[in-house]
Design a protein around this ligand. Structure first.
Ligand code: NI
Length: 238
């Protein structure tokens, strides 16, 4: 039976996914997940938002816009979250919705322009499309231990669309975080989940997966996206 945020399931999932490296991992799967988005919002349906306590970043309409290279905000170090309330939970749900819509398997708050330490993940459907969704929300996540053993996976990033490269990272880790309810959690992760957690926590420190590549490759990617951004049509001026 899944525990809060389905953590019980996640613990098993990574075992099932072991041994598949190197593999394409887009922090995003290459297919539309579809499904019933309203299910993501079920938690708060009966709750009222206290407008007086609303945080400014909650005025967005989901799905949120994902920022991409060369947006400098991607290099910001995100601040810890001090209060977990309905507004924050609603924002977490919007992030999940944005992630599923992309589609992706992980998203950090800074990727929608909010420099706060929160990530959302769901690796459950990556290899088993029939699997139930298993959304996870990690607030102020902190890696406690990393294995000496390394694993190589092909990664991608919703903020660096259509670019993939192999990255070597610790194969397993132990992570501590606050869940959606604000309850402290500690889990061991391996496989795709471990890669995804490390990739997303890097975002909170302004780090991107291309930083693990050679300077030559990294500069090439940055140049390509900078050029694309310059060519992109600008909004009509009034
Ligand atoms: Ni990413």
């Amino acid at each position: 039976m899944p525990g809060p945020e389905g953590l019980g399931i996640a613990g098993l999932d990574y075992l099932r996914l072991e041994g598949a490296a190197p593999q394409r991992l887009r922090m995003g799967v290459s297919r539309r997940l579809g499904g019933d988005r309203s299910a993501l919002l079920r938690h708060d349906d009966s709750e009222r938002v206290d407008r007086a306590r609303s945080l400014s970043y909650l005025t967005f309409v989901a799905p949120l816009d994902i920022i991409t290279l060369p947006d400098r905000k991607l290099r910001l170090v995100s601040d810890p979250i001090e209060r977990i309330d309905d507004d924050l939970r609603r924002f977490a749900d919007q992030m999940l919705e944005t992630m599923y819509d992309a589609p992706g398997i992980g998203l950090a708050a800074i990727q929608v322009g909010v420099p706060r330490r929160m990530i959302v993940l769901d690796v459950a459907q990556r290899e088993d499309e029939a699997a139930e969704r298993d959304p996870m929300v990690m607030i102020n996540p902190e890696i406690l231990t990393r294995s000496d053993e390394l694993a190589v996976r092909e990664e991608g990033c919703l903020s660096i669309p259509e670019y993939y490269a192999e990255v070597e990272r610790p194969a397993t880790l132990r992570v501590r975080f606050l869940d959606r309810a604000g309850k402290p959690q500690e889990i061991d992760a391996g496989g795709v989940l471990a890669t995804c957690i490390q990739h997303e926590i890097d975002h909170l420190d302004g780090k991107l997966f291309i930083d693990y590549l050679s300077k030559l490759k990294r500069d090439m990617v940055i140049r390509k996206f900078t050029k694309q951004a310059k060519l992109a049509p600008k909004p009509a001026s009034l």
